[in-house]
Design a protein around this ligand. Structure first.
Ligand SMILES: [Zn+2]
Length: 360
């Protein structure tokens, strides 16, 4: 039995993508590839991005917490796999490709930078430096859809309303000294491939930000109206199936991404950090939903859980808000007006600010 368990561990690490090695002074990531596998590497100060074409591996989100690497995430799209490696400050990258017949290995080492200042000696007791100034809060706002993807269409077009609300909300939050990151600030998609598009948006919900709000407009085949706010959950109420599939990209793809998000949810049940983050997400959802319903008098459809792909792996409190129904004859027309949009944006800001000031 013990041998079997051991073999299981060896097998799991042999299949891991990437294989991870923690060494004195560096963290090594090894990608096992076929000789013909194409890839591109890009690096920003805090993220190393490697995109592979035509390989099949599973999605992953792994906390590394080594001195050089915070975490990595493997985002799987229909014809590419993107690995985001989140770097600690003051590191440098060395990569090498080792050919071996029809296989090859891409070896990426993340090292402590040679230029990094040496660690100063700790100050003598009683002379500790003052605590650093508190960092500004950072909020990520995700205006749903954009570019090739219009989202719901009725009396309004979803991608236009979500962008307008996000721009208004950004202005309101900035006035309060909050830093705002938008997943898009114009009528554009992040990728024409919807799975990649949602993966890139989700990637912005990383642990350097305080919270993530995805804004959407609903639609329904029957006459429905009102506002609802979601946080992530793997259990899918059958009455929500069509809506969740639509927001997850629609059609066959939407069905697949919904299943993927559900399986992430099943793993999260055993992840204590994820569970505590879900509690904060629920709290944020209640504040935002309460503020929206109070400000608009709209029908309160409540706070709910569903496997939305864009918030499935968030490491910070994350919610998805459906601000109303595009095809409802009254609500859809209200969503056309600037005054109503400003009311919605103000209420979103109030809910967010209340959450931030309660100290996470
Ligand atoms: Zn949407």
């Amino acid at each position: 039995m013990r041998l079997l368990a051991f073999l299981g561990v060896v097998l799991a690490s042999a299949l891991a993508f990437p294989r991870l090695g923690l060494h004195e002074g560096y963290t090594r990531l090894v990608f096992d590839l076929e000789a013909k596998t194409q890839y591109q590497i890009a690096q920003s100060p805090d993220t190393l991005t490697i995109r592979f074409q035509g390989i099949k591996v599973g999605a992953a989100d792994v906390d590394v917490s080594s001195p050089q690497v915070a975490s990595y995430q493997v985002v799987v799209a229909s014809n590419s796999v993107t690995v985001f490696v989140r770097l600690k400050p003051s590191v440098e990258i060395k990569s090498v490709v080792l050919e071996d017949g029809n296989r090859r290995r891409l070896v990426v080492d993340v090292l402590a930078s040679a230029q990094a200042p040496a660690k100063p000696n700790p100050p003598p007791k009683g002379l500790e430096p003052p605590r650093p100034r508190t960092q500004p809060k950072v909020v990520v706002i995700d205006p749903g859809h954009g570019g090739v993807d219009s989202g719901a269409v009725g009396f309004v077009v979803e991608k236009e309303v979500t962008l307008d609300l996000a721009l208004r909300l950004r202005q309101l939050l900035q006035k309060e000294g909050i830093e705002v990151v938008l997943t898009r600030s114009s009528d554009t998609h992040l990728s024409p491939d919807k799975a990649t598009d949602l993966g890139l948006r989700a990637e912005m919900a990383n642990s350097k930000r305080n919270l993530f709000v995805s804004i959407h407009v609903n639609s329904a085949p029957n006459v429905a109206q009102g506002i609802e706010t979601y946080y992530f959950g793997s259990v899918l109420d059958p009455s929500l199936l069509a809506q969740v599939i639509r927001e997850n990209g629609g059609g066959e793809l939407g069905r697949r991404l919904t299943q993927e998000a559900q399986s992430v949810g099943e793993r999260l049940v055993r992840d204590l950090i994820a569970q505590s983050n879900l509690k904060f997400s629920r709290q944020l959802a209640h504040y935002v939903q309460g503020a929206l319903v109070q400000a608009t008098g709209a029908v309160d459809r409540g706070v709910r859980q569903a496997p939305f792909y864009v918030i499935r792996n968030a490491r910070i409190p994350a919610i998805l808000v459906e601000v109303g129904f595009a095809n409802h004859p009254e609500e859809g027309r209200r969503l056309q007006t600037e005054a109503y949009r400003q009311t919605l944006a103000q209420a979103l800001a109030r809910g967010i600010l209340r959450f931030l000031s309660n100290g996470e």
